[in-house]
Ligand binder design. Sequence first.
Ligand SMILES: *[C@@H]1O[C@H](CO)[C@@H](O)[C@H](O)[C@H]1NC(C)=O
Ligand SMILES: *[C@@H]1O[C@H](CO)[C@@H](O)[C@H](O)[C@H]1NC(C)=O
Ligand SMILES: *[C@@H]1O[C@H](CO)[C@@H](O)[C@H](O)[C@H]1NC(C)=O
Ligand SMILES: *[C@@H]1O[C@H](CO)[C@@H](O)[C@H](O)[C@H]1NC(C)=O
Ligand SMILES: *[C@@H]1O[C@H](CO)[C@@H](O)[C@H](O)[C@H]1NC(C)=O
Length: 488
Amino acid sequence: MAIINYSAYFLFLLLSTVLPLFLFSCSEKVEAYRFGEMFANHQLHTFHVVSLSSLQPAAVCSTSAQGSKNICKLLPVAHKYGPCSPLKKGKSKFSIARQILIDDENRVKSIHSKISNKQSPVADSTITLPANSGAYLGTGNFVVNIGIGTPEKKFTVAFDTGSDLTWIQCLPCNASQCYSQQDPYFNPSASSTYSNIPCNSSVCTQLQLILGDTLSCNTTTTCQYQIFYGDSSFSQGDFATDTLTLSSSDVFPDFQFGCGHNNQGLFGSTDGLLGLSRDQISLVSQTVQRYGKLFSYCLPPTSSSTGFLAFGCEAGSSSTLQYTPLLTNQNDPLSYYLNMTGISVGGQMLNISESVFTTSGTIIDSGTVITRLAPTAYSALRSAFRQGMSKYPMAPSPNSIFDTCYDFSGYSTVDLPTIGLNFEGDTDLNVDQSGTLFQASSTVYCLAFAGNSADTDLGILGNTQQLTFEVVYDVEGAKLGFGAGACS
Ligand SMILES: *[C@@H]1O[C@H](CO)[C@@H](O)[C@H](O)[C@H]1NC(C)=O
Ligand SMILES: *[C@@H]1O[C@H](CO)[C@@H](O)[C@H](O)[C@H]1NC(C)=O
Ligand SMILES: *[C@@H]1O[C@H](CO)[C@@H](O)[C@H](O)[C@H]1NC(C)=O
Ligand SMILES: *[C@@H]1O[C@H](CO)[C@@H](O)[C@H](O)[C@H]1NC(C)=O
Ligand SMILES: *[C@@H]1O[C@H](CO)[C@@H](O)[C@H](O)[C@H]1NC(C)=O
């Protein structure tokens, strides 16, 4: 919907909402009350009344039976660091939160630098990233189990719509060449279906083009790959094929993946990575005959609950799916582009020109945690959110990424203004209460959005705002769907 349609509405809002605020601005308490009352009287659902304890993960994992339709393959999804994850824990909750945000900043820098490398020769100097690298740091906080080899071995891998090559750590590798992981390393010589891909094959050329690798091919008969992430972590090894098993009825012989013999970095102790980008070597492309490039996921609201990753159909969210076109960008064929058109807070459209969104463009990414908006859009969101939250004491941000944090000491419930993200096709992503705030410390919660440094930087719809929605990627149908309340 064009912004012009809202101008009369804005005038009404201005008169009904902003003016009373000015009149009552002599007393903060009264101002907050008036504002809340205005919101409350509005027809649309304008606040989430959130019990803070509901935002806390429990100590134990509760899995939910999800997906009413059973025709597609559902893999349970767990948060990498929570009680549902099979991976080792040990760090405290808030040190993990800090690390997640640092990784997230680096991932966003890699994404922005990769796009700007394509458009102009000026690179972001704060991060070293080889041009054309198919890799983003962070690689997602959500993990699934996959089987590789014959006999099948299970691996816990992060899945990432921003990555193309699937890889796992492989033997031979020793302490100095692989990072430690929970499961035994994959041993290719113990799998009867494993083979290396020869160097002179066309898939090897294709892989090296996609990854931007310049590995010489005449010293070995085996195709080599190397992927560098933004923080000097990397994976390097043989490009190989083996049987991929998602379930007893979903078995893919000759699946192409990276058998990493030399891997370093902070991959959170996952055994590797599952690439779900649009590229030819991603799982999505390699399973096209079976699943038709259709997959979906639901990311759970807390790290103590589970979601799903589904292939081949919509998994069956209870609500109707709303679709928006899935766009492509010639300069960035790997990513899933959306046409974002507006933002609402408390049911009220913000006055942001559509050109603010089109200047930057927007991708949806499963691996970025916090949504990044053009600064103009972010500041409009921030000020409306702060107005709706004016009865709560603000707190200094414990992290440079956020600037709108609240100290909820002494509160058991809070009223959060609803946030809606609007996309082409009248599609609204009405962010779940679990996707509005990021808990930075025991009492401090921050608005889980951030501004880019320039309006020209790519906008990114991050995974916090996707929590609890079924997000359907229909690549062949060129559309992306959102269905609320899908994880439980
Ligand atoms: C919306 O913003 C534009 C440009 O910032 C401004 O000219 C216009 O008056 C605003 N409209 C309303 C209803 O606030
Ligand atoms: C193990 O690491 C050492 C030191 O980096 C290296 O010399 C050796 O070849 C490695 N072993 C294998 C099996 O890769
Ligand atoms: C690759 O090299 C092998 C061994 O030299 C040869 O038999 C095969 O035909 C070559 N394949 C291609 C596609 O060039
Ligand atoms: C083979 O590899 C060597 C060393 O990497 C390189 O100098 C040479 O140019 C390569 N030859 C061909 C035909 O690619
Ligand atoms: C985005 O959506 C708007 C509103 O529907 C439309 O006018 C515009 O052409 C779309 N932009 C692109 C790049 O598809």
